[in-house]
Design a binder for this molecule. Sequence first.
Ligand code: B12
Length: 461
Amino acid sequence: MKRGLDCLFIHTGRFSRGRWDMTLMPAGLFALADVLQGRNIRSQMLNFSLAKMKNPRFPLNDFIRTSGASIICMPLHWHQQSGDVISLARSIKSRFPSKKIILGGITASCFAGEILRDFHEVDFIIRGEAEKPLPMLVERLLSGANTCDDIPNLVRRRGTKIVANSGKYVASKDAFENLCFTNLDLVFDSDGYISESRRLENVDFSYVPGRGCLHDCSLCGGGARSHKIISDRKQLVCKSPRAVAQDFERLRSRGISSVAIAFDPFENSRYYTAVFRELKRKKILLRVRFESFGLPAKKFLEKFKETFAPGSGICISPDTGSDDVRKRNKGRFYDNESLLGTLELMSRMNIAVRVCFTSGLPFETREDFFKTAALIEYLQGKLKIKNIGVAPVPLEPCSPAFLNPRKFHVKLRRKRFADFMRQKGGYDLGYSTDEFSEREIVKNIKYLQRLVHGGNAKKLH
Ligand code: B12
């Protein structure tokens, strides 16, 4: 008889305004399932949000029962999922009291103590990086051993107390090099997952070649300092160009023809030009959407153009039209003049571009806001750029503005995990600035969105 699962990963996604979203799973989940599988711990990833989207009556309890898994691992990575993860954990625990529920991911790591104190349906939390701690914990649970003091990054209950083990695990460069973030065979309905990624992101798969950051953008919860607090990571790690090429080859052999890369914390283009060179040498031709955290240099653009398939493009996020606001909020600063120069160059090189903006950044004044509107109009009118996005940026836990609101002149509406659980939808920002109330920020964002979509944007102030 076929052996059942030992460990089932369940990605909850989010149910908001009557529909399921946040259906992408954290990139790191693939590596965790793959590491367990490599140690003969049978694992699978179930994308609950996607299963419910396809079949609103998806029988989760039957799925869990027939899987045989005694351990349920749930990513609580994005704070927007907080309420959904806890309510699903509660429902699983009430139906299967003997199953152990383990949480992990950025948001679970930020609020580990509060979650374990208030939500007894959660048995364990692994803070930060989990490739070593998770197999250790799962092996102990499967063997019935009840000692786990030596498991790094583990937070748990002991009697009425919450204890955090003292050991720390952070993946070294060598360990990271060998992690596999592309094992789609461990995803239940992997074809459905690829189709969902195509629908949402217009690419088959999101690939992340590294971990950590060198910068501290004001509203980002994944900057250098946040990583230090969340996982004790002090350095950036990246896969070698050879390992990235192997991953891409694996993806291609799985039928994947387009990939998004949204990881670009580097000071210069050396890393990616080496990666692109290797992909070209290996003749791996994919369509790529690259999210540039700074401004792509000429050399980067040349290599990008000669490496990837037609339809590839780059997303740039100046966020604001004001140089001063950009300087005070963004780790990798560039001014409007350099931005316009790069956009003109990309247009000459025929590289597709998407330019993204927001409003409500710390220190933004009304005048700055109108600079953003003016820049958008200039890009649309003079540079004929059609692909412009405007999106709200909710305040992320552990971001510099969250950790030090006074320095950034913001007022937080969400501080504790319970506050994050109560949030509703993408426009629930959770903060206001000295200049704008939360409602005004949302109004400003909607104004810019109308500007982009050609609506009547005049009725704002
Ligand atoms: C690449 C990236 C993306 C990519 C790829 C996402 C993906 N599939 O993972 C894209 C562009 C798609 C993306 C989307 C979003 N992202 Co993003 N993203 C990043 C970025 C730059 C790198 C993240 C990363 O992959 N790290 C490396 C990988 C290998 O590790 P990992 O996935 O983090 O997993 C490790 C741990 O978290 C943990 N873990 C994760 N899950 C679990 C589960 C268990 C049980 C355990 C034990 C452990 C565990 O284990 C792993 C390793 O040990 C970070 C910023 C940064 N510099 O870190 C932001 C970041 C993670 N994203 C963020 C956000 C908010 C989003 C969006 C919600 C944005 C939006 N409004 O749409 C969406 C959500 C997408 C969805 N689900 O639908 C925030 C999260 C803040 C927070 N606390 O919630 C960050 C920190 C940036 C920010 N703005 O502050 N993102």
